[in-house]
Design a binder for this molecule. Structure first.
Ligand code: SAH
Length: 229
């Protein structure tokens, strides 16, 4: 992309992205306006640029256009009250966006589980969500952050209407397919050298179909990095 969106404020960034049709769905625009990206990044000076940013522990907060893209692909499955799993939740930014989408009708709040295998990032994301005004959502467990290996999912919170995976899996993790609701959709980058976003769709009768959406480059979905003392 030769030209990147940016803004002086979060709302300006999201409005510019909507105007340039980088975000098309109004539900996603509304949710992304509520999540102030400055609360989820380390470098505040570039918080409102449409670029990824390192958040430590070999992790990256994705660029806002990727968060918008993932949200839009899952959107048809995130009705009010939906259950959503965010694997590799990192900064917590997308977990917050998915929360606002699943809970846009206050009468029917949804549930979003973020699972991340670096405990320091789980603590970072919790702090970020609190700074961003989501302390009550954490207290009521409308948002739950789990430290663990996302390749196994989180069966207790499922089945999930939508599953987002934020790191590339060498192959499709079976437990995540099992934890998809009928109907449900998983958005997951799969592959090692060449990676593709895949849609894994489960229909109302439990039939699973896989389709390739686009070529991407994500950090790998792995075992935890071993930090030498
Ligand atoms: N979507 C997040 C983070 C993306 S980076 C954001 O935008 O902030 C990918 C994340 O996946 C990293 O935080 C990394 O630690 C995590 N990850 C990689 N393998 C994992 C696994 N097996 N289980 C849980 N998290 C994992």
């Amino acid at each position: 992309m030769a030209w990147r969106c940016h803004g002086k404020t979060n709302v300006e960034l999201i409005s510019n992205m909507a105007q340039s049709k980088i975000i098309k769905a109004e539900r996603v625009v509304n949710a992304m306006k509520k999540v102030d990206r400055a609360n989820y990044v380390l470098r505040k000076d570039t918080a409102y640029q449409d670029t990824p940013q390192a958040i430590g522990h070999e992790a990256t907060i994705s660029a806002p256009h990727m968060h918008a893209y993932a949200s839009e692909h899952l959107l048809p499955y995130i009705y009010p009250g939906a259950r959503v799993l965010d694997v590799g939740s990192g900064s917590g930014y997308l977990t917050a966006v998915l929360h606002y989408i699943a809970s846009e009708d206050p009468a029917r709040p949804g549930k979003v589980v973020g699972i991340e295998h670096v405990p320091e990032l789980v603590a970072f994301s919790e702090e970020n969500l609190r700074k961003d005004g989501l302390g009550d959502a954490l207290a009521s467990k409308a948002i739950e952050l789990i430290a663990g290996d996302g390749r196994h999912g989180h069966a207790q919170g499922g089945p999930y209407d939508a599953i987002h995976v934020g790191a590339a899996a060498p192959e499709l993790p079976r437990p995540l397919v099992d934890q998809l609701a009928s109907p449900g959709r998983m958005f997951i980058p799969v592959g090692t050298h060449s990676q593709y976003i895949m849609h894994i769709d489960k229909d109302k009768d439990g039939n699973v179909t896989e389709s390739q959406v686009m070529a991407v480059s994500y950090v790998p979905l792995t075992g935890r990095p071993v930090i030498p003392d």
